[in-house]
Design a binder for this molecule. Structure first.
Ligand SMILES: Nc1nc2c(ncn2[C@@H]2O[C@H](COP(=O)(O)OP(=O)(O)OP(=O)(O)O)[C@@H](O)[C@H]2O)c(=O)[nH]1
Ligand SMILES: [Mg+2]
Length: 435
């Protein structure tokens, strides 16, 4: 764990100039202080990623700045990692973008699920490396090294078995969570998820929209309700998921905040976090949060990354939320909206920090949620009637409730499935026959 570690950050791009902004933030999020940086613009060198001369320069910089880690914002093959490491002072570690992100996740993982997901991603990272080692060892026919080949093949089998076990456990967790989502829907809740690039302001918006829900009374239904959703100006503040009840008007909304997206992640890493991302993929509505105080270029890139992450699995309609508008003026906002209309049609612009336009966002959530059905039910007043009436209150929105001597007329709106259940409950109320 790189608590108080020091790092040099480096990046190669094929052409143009390399931007170290995000990798520096990621290194900080992992606990490093960044003590040096270096970039190169040239095609990839198969042995060293950078040109060999540049790696010598990097090694000198690492030595001069006394860094204990070299963070490289490129996808390194196992041999490149090894070759670069050979040039560095003894004990200096080479970390690429993916291992750095895994490192952050590992430090933040608090729940069993988060820990399993990190472990799964680590094993998936290691598997091709173990396979490469095993096949090298097999090819190497020097008798003295026979044992090595056997050892590595068993490591490979071992990793595969562990991956299968973890996947099984994660699938069981995912099933349980899916059941919980269904129970919540049956209880009349709409499920809305906050998604978006890391640091966009999702947790800040969650707190802004959240209403209090008595957690104790609803423990069975809402074990993931938490009092706080931290916000901080650092990447990946949120790793697990937090669900709160949101105030939007008529509808009963449960709003879920979760891990942010980040660009250039290999497929297996995103896949490892599938059961966390399911809270987004399986929502009734997704609020895709974008930091509007950044440049149009950055916003565009982050929107593309977000859409790519959502693309394959997401089932819900998406509303784009341009956040942090307190940091820009109206003209700038309009220009950005116009420049991004293809990726972010009809966005809602808000500030989670000041609360500006939050009521517009609430109205938009209400209008985008799957439509409710309207119903009028006339029920006889018998012993169980009041419990049916209060069930309708809990699961939908009651417009009028009128009583006469032996009947009640309830007019309400609710999800179609709720309306159906209410009808069945009403039909079960049998008027007291005069004997
Ligand atoms: N000026 C301004 N700052 C904001 C606003 N919303 C959030 N922030 C700041 O942006 C930073 C990130 O906010 P978070 O709410 O933690 O963002 P997040 O999307 O949950 O981030 P991760 O959990 O790391 O993915 C914090 O420093 C917030 O205070 C806003 O509307 N205006
Ligand atoms: Mg967050």
């Amino acid at each position: 764990m790189p608590e108080d570690g020091t790092a040099v950050v480096a990046k190669r791009v094929d052409s143009g100039s390399a931007d170290l902004g995000e990798i520096t933030e990621l290194a900080r999020a992992a606990g490093y202080s960044v003590v040096g940086e270096l970039t190169q613009s040239r095609e990839e060198d198969p042995a060293y990623e950078f040109g060999e001369g540049k790696v010598d320069e990097l090694a000198a910089l690492v030595r001069r700045s006394d860094a204990d880690t070299l963070v490289i914002d490129n996808r390194l093959g196992p041999y490149q990692t090894y070759n670069i490491g050979q040039k560095l002072p003894e004990g200096v570690e080479v970390v690429d973008r993916f291992t750095l992100i895994l490192d952050i996740f590992g430090q933040r993982a608090q729940t069993r699920k988060a820990q399993l997901q990190v472990e799964l991603a680590e094993l998936r990272y290691e598997l091709p490396r173990a396979e490469a080692k095993a096949s090298l060892a097999k090819r190497d026919e020097r008798p003295g090294f026979m044992g090595l080949g056997e050892y590595d093949e068993s490591r490979e089998r071992d990793i595969k078995a562990q991956i299968a076990n973890i996947k099984q456990e994660l699938d069981a967790i995912a099933d349980k969570e899916e059941t919980r989502r269904e129970q919540r829907r049956e209880s009349g809740f709409d499920l809305v998820a906050l998604a978006g690039y890391t640091n966009a302001g999702k947790s800040t918006l969650l707190r802004r929209l959240a209403a209090e829900l008595d957690v104790d009374e609803n423990e069975d239904l809402h074990p993931d309700l938490e009092a706080t959703a931290e916000s901080e100006d650092r990447l990946f503040t949120t790793l697990g998921t937090t669900t709160r009840r949101a105030e939007t008007g008529k509808r009963n909304v449960l709003l879920t905040d979760t891990v942010g997206f980040v660009s250039n992640l290999p497929h297996w890493l995103v896949e490892s976090f599938k059961s966390t991302l399911d809270s987004v993929y399986r929502a009734d509505l997704v609020l895709l949060v974008v930091d509007a105080s950044e440049s149009v270029e950055e916003m565009r890139e982050k929107l593309v990354t977000s859409h790519d992450t959502l693309y394959e699995r997401n089932e819900a309609p998406i509303v784009t939320v341009l956040n942090k508008i307190d940091r820009i003026d109206d003209d700038e906002l309009e220009e950005k909206k116009a420049a991004l209309t293809a990726l972010a049609p009809n966005p809602v612009a808000v500030s989670g920090k000041t609360g500006e336009n939050v009521e517009k966002l609430q109205a938009r959530v209400e209008s985008e949620l799957p439509a409710w059905e309207r119903e009028r039910l006339m029920m006889p007043l018998v012993d169980d009637t009041m419990s049916v009436v209060s069930w309708i209150h809990d699961h939908g929105h009651v417009e009028t409730e009128e009583y006469d001597d032996d009947h009640v007329l309830v007019e309400f709106e609710a999800r179609p499935a709720i309306v159906e259940q209410a009808r069945a409950k009403a039909a079960d109320l049998t008027p007291v026959e005069s004997a």
